[in-house]
Design a protein around this ligand. Structure first.
Ligand SMILES: *Cc1c(COP(=O)(O)O)cnc(C)c1O
Length: 401
């Protein structure tokens, strides 16, 4: 039987039967998307304030990205990094011109970008000393990925349970605590890995001066400052890179989620001084930077920086946060609302699951992280009317909780 002839129920049963159970899925088979909307197999439309978790930032099926993928797929999909790759050269130039960085390494996911950053930091440190400097300080409640090294970098034990022995060389301090960071530095420390805004950890915003303080500590102790912008980079906070608004210049930045607007792409950016320790043979990725991925990423980046998307993100973000603050005034179980650009959250005093499900039934997709924190990461192209629609649904749902 063709999948188009199967019902949602049949497809979901087949999924449970054949796919490893690493995800708890909502009972929804999504088959189509355009802009800020997605449709399920039964033709029901949903306003998508999840965007594949901060991935489809230009909205679903953005015509420029679709065209770039179609065009490139018809010409050249993949060749090895044994050869020069035109769209990769162009996209690297774009990233360098729009950032602190001098050099880029391409891969396929956020975990892989962080894995590359960890290796680069260790390699760099190993050449400074006799090899005794390898430890990275990361933050509690952080999220850096699911590979062994990145899940170890992740400061949340629930993601690490059962996977011992974990790689050595990671230390954790509370986010937003410069004293704790200062005290954790030892002669083994080679760098600090931090998300400018903690995404999975619950949209936790850096305190005023925090990231500049991290930079200062890094400078004083000769440590690399590594920013994980996998979730909050690529325009999500209203600037192309999240660090831009915090007055800091990192040594290494990692990116992924929105980089290809849904096409898997990851990247690690670094200054020349640091990047120069990666020489032929030190690190690699078969698919990293392949022509198709780079065509998608270049088209995404051009639209992101060229068509008022960042301005819209900032403008609608402020409006959205004010609407959330309005709900907070109305419902005592909303403890806090916060965010920047279009990564926003409502922290609840109650579990968020029922609210997420009820919103879904009314045609709005939102996400809950850490059990009680509603996270909103819509496409950056949403309008105030989209926000109004979402807030009407959320209000109706909260009224009946
Ligand atoms: C999602 C995420 C990752 C992991 O990215 P994958 O593509 O799932 O490997 C790493 N860091 C942050 C901050 C993320 O949000």
């Amino acid at each position: 039987m063709k999948h188009t002839e199967m019902t949602s129920e049949e497809l979901m049963a087949l999924s449970e039967k054949n796919i490893m159970g690493t995800y708890k899925r909502f009972p929804l088979v999504l088959t189509k998307g355009a802009g800020a909307s997605v449709w399920d197999k039964n033709g029901k439309e949903y306003l998508d304030f999840v965007s594949g978790i901060a991935v489809c930032s230009l909205g679903h099926s953005h015509p420029r990205v679709v065209e770039a993928i179609r065009q490139q797929a018809g010409v050249l999909t993949h060749v090895s990094n044994l050869y020069y790759i035109e769209p990769q050269i162009l996209f690297a130039k774009f990233l360098v011109e729009h950032s602190f960085a001098d050099k880029v390494f391409f891969c396929n996911s956020g975990a892989e970008a962080n894995e590359a950053a960890i290796k680069l930091a260790r390699k760099y440190a190993s050449l400074q000393t006799d090899g005794g400097m390898y430890e990275l300080i990361t933050m509690k409640d952080s999220f850096h990925g699911r590979t062994l090294a990145t899940v170890t970098a992740t400061g949340q034990e629930r993601f690490q349970a059962g996977f011992a022995p974990l790689p050595a060389g990671f230390m954790y301090v509370p986010f937003n605590d410069l004293d704790a960071l200062e005290h954790a530095v030892t002669e083994k420390t080679c760098g600090v890995l931090v998300e400018p805004i903690q995404g999975e950890g619950g949209v936790r915003i850096p305190a005023a001066g925090y990231l500049a303080g991290v930079r200062e500590i890094c400078d004083r102790h000769g440590l690399l400052m590594i920013l994980d912008e996998v979730q909050v980079g690529m325009g999500r906070t209203g600037t192309f890179f999240a660090y831009e608004d915090y007055g800091v210049t990192p040594d290494i930045v990692t990116m992924a989620k929105a980089l290809g607007n849904g096409f898997p792409v990851g990247a690690m950016l670094a200054t020349e001084r640091v990047a120069s320790v990666f020489t032929p043979g030190t690190h690699a990725s078969t698919f990293g930077g392949n022509p198709l991925a780079m065509a998608a990423a270049l088209a995404t980046a051009e639209v992101m920086t060229g068509e008022g998307v960042l301005e819209n993100c900032r403008d609608v973000g402020v409006y959205f946060l004010a609407r959330l603050a309005g709900l907070k005034g109305k419902y005592g179980f909303i403890r806090d609302v916060r965010g920047k650009g279009l990564i926003l959250a409502a922290e609840l005093a109650i579990a968020g699951d029922d609210i997420v499900r009820a919103c879904m039934e009314k045609g709005l997709l939102i996400n809950c992280t850490n059990g009680t924190i509603l996270r909103f990461v819509p496409p950056l192209i949403i309008t105030r009317e989209n926000v109004d629609r979402a807030m009407t649904i959320l209000d109706e749902v909260m009224k009946n909780i």
